[in-house]
Design a protein around this ligand. Structure first.
Ligand SMILES: [Zn+2]
Length: 253
């Protein structure tokens, strides 16, 4: 049944209360909002940051389909939870993601363009793009014809492709958080939440093939570190250099 969350996921949700606290203005520290220079090293790959998580169990166990649960129910429940958590994580830095600081929706060397319902490509700022994503996903996950919650109601034939579309967009938001707002996330001491959320999300989409690897490859360096079964040994910190072939090259999607 939807809504019956596993205990580790509940722990993760509870830890999000820290984020809520900050949003309610209880935290005294705030980042200065300065943007990292474009060619700056990927700070989020440094061992100091990648070792920080809020949970330390194998996330793979958390995403496999439980025997007694219907696949679509499982996809619906997890997708809705990821939407809520990613929306919450973005909201912690949203005041620093403006039309001035983020004139395009960037992640690594990729610029994401929004495509409207008629397939028209639109150039937009990162906050506009995130707003388009969150509004669309909110509309989908609360549509009883697409994400049914009532007993006996069937999932539509398009359900899996819609879940894939949602996950692709949510990945863009996570990638932008790392690329453009990691410093601010660290200043808020929320990098453990972001790392855990990201790793959980990647393990989930890999398990059910929900996002094309060509889409997620821009963040493979981070995924390999965070999704490793055990945290990297402290004795051998490694921060892989960005692939030389990806330098000075902007991809449009
Ligand atoms: Zn931004």
């Amino acid at each position: 049944m939807r809504g019956r969350l596993q205990q580790p996921l509940v722990d993760l949700l509870l830890s999000s209360i820290q984020i809520m606290d900050w949003l309610m203005g209880k935290s005294k520290t705030k980042p200065n909002g300065k943007k990292p220079p474009a060619e700056e090293k990927k700070q989020y790959l440094e061992a100091e940051f990648t070792k920080v998580r809020v949970v330390d169990f194998d996330l793979k166990e958390l995403v496999v389909l439980p025997r007694e649960i219907d696949l679509n129910e499982w996809l619906a429940s997890n997708t809705t939870t990821f939407f809520n958590l990613i929306n919450l994580q973005y909201s912690t830095i949203s005041e620093f993601c403006t039309g001035d600081t983020c004139q395009a929706m960037t992640a690594c060397n990729t610029i994401y363009y929004w495509y409207d319902e008629r397939g028209k490509k639109t150039k937009c700022t990162a906050p506009q793009y995130v707003d388009f994503v969150m509004s669309l996903v909110q509309k989908l996950v609360t549509d009883e014809d697409i994400f049914p919650t009532k007993y006996g109601k069937e999932f539509p034939n398009s359900f899996e492709s819609l879940v894939k579309k949602i996950c692709r967009y949510l990945f863009h938001v996570l990638a932008h958080l790392y690329w453009a707002h990691f410093k601010e996330t660290v200043a808020l001491d929320l990098q453990g939440h972001l790392n855990t959320l990201y790793a959980h999300f990647i393990v989930f989409v890999r398990e059910f093939n929900l996002v094309d690897p060509k889409e997620t490859c821009i963040m493979d360096d981070l995924s390999e570190i965070l999704c490793a079964p055990a945290p990297p040994a402290p004795a051998a910190p490694s921060s892989p250099a960005p692939s030389p072939s990806s330098h000075n090259h902007v991809t449009e999607r």
